[in-house]
Design a protein around this ligand. Sequence first.
Ligand SMILES: [Zn+2]
Length: 329
Amino acid sequence: MPVQPMELGEFNFAGDDRVVPFQVEGLDVRGRAVQIGPLLNTILSRHDYPPEVARLLAEAIVLTALIGTSLKFEGKFIVQTKSDGPVDLLVADFSTPENIRAYARFDEEALARAIAAGETAPHQLLGNGTLALTIDQGAYMQPYQGIVPLDGSSLEEIAGVYFRQSEQIPTQVRLGVAELFDRDEQGKPRHGWRAGGLIAQFLPDAPERMGQPDLHGGDGDTGASTFDEDDSWSEARALVQTIDADELTDPLIGVERLLFRLFHERGARVFPPLPVYDRCSCSRDRIKGVLQGFSESEIEASLEDGEVAVTCEFCSTTYRYTAEEVREG
Ligand SMILES: [Zn+2]
């Protein structure tokens, strides 16, 4: 793949909804960064989620774009939370080569109570539960799933823990979401969303440099760590932590300017961007296939005016079938 060395004043901005892979040779870091605009607005406005829910789902969508675009094979990457809070389910999935879809499930009354009580931090809205990251390579391969507890940390922290535990790769993830209120060309008030994120991973040629101190409470936790982290990774981690949430979403900064600010002294390079699109994988045939597993009494119970109507939770498309279509197989 051709690389583009980063020179100040020569940025070729990838723009929104395009994931930019990058490499920092001097620190043995590889990563990806993205700003998401139109794709996010299409998904969130289709569902008309309350802002508290939209913000959570936006983070999951950014994480999905950052990780999904690293898949080297045909398949799916899925980010899913399951928990006991007002927002009990978030799902975002990426299908190779470039398609993203997402939805959230929430209890309206519980959400209203949480908002009234001012309890709208992510861990208060999600409650206790798990975050699962799944890689699915199709029917003939065993899916791979890593599960980490939602323990009150932010999604970016939980994602970092996942990579550390499951992949043994030192990883820093940053996610940011911004709600925008501005005016369109006619001066009418306009509301929208932007989100952005960056993942940085330490991948030195000598794997022994990737060693990490044990996680607190993990296997071999002696209570006192004498482990020295590799200097390159310490530096990269510290740089990534200096990112403001605003920098992740500001279109005037763009991911290229952000990467330049963070890493130019260490030789940052960017690779050609990978576009992502709001596209669902549902189809009339695929949903019919699911209905054909229904028993006669289930079909009877689902009939309304002689039809079975199914709405895709991801894209809100409604498919209608006659009872005969469902029965015929
Ligand atoms: Zn769909």
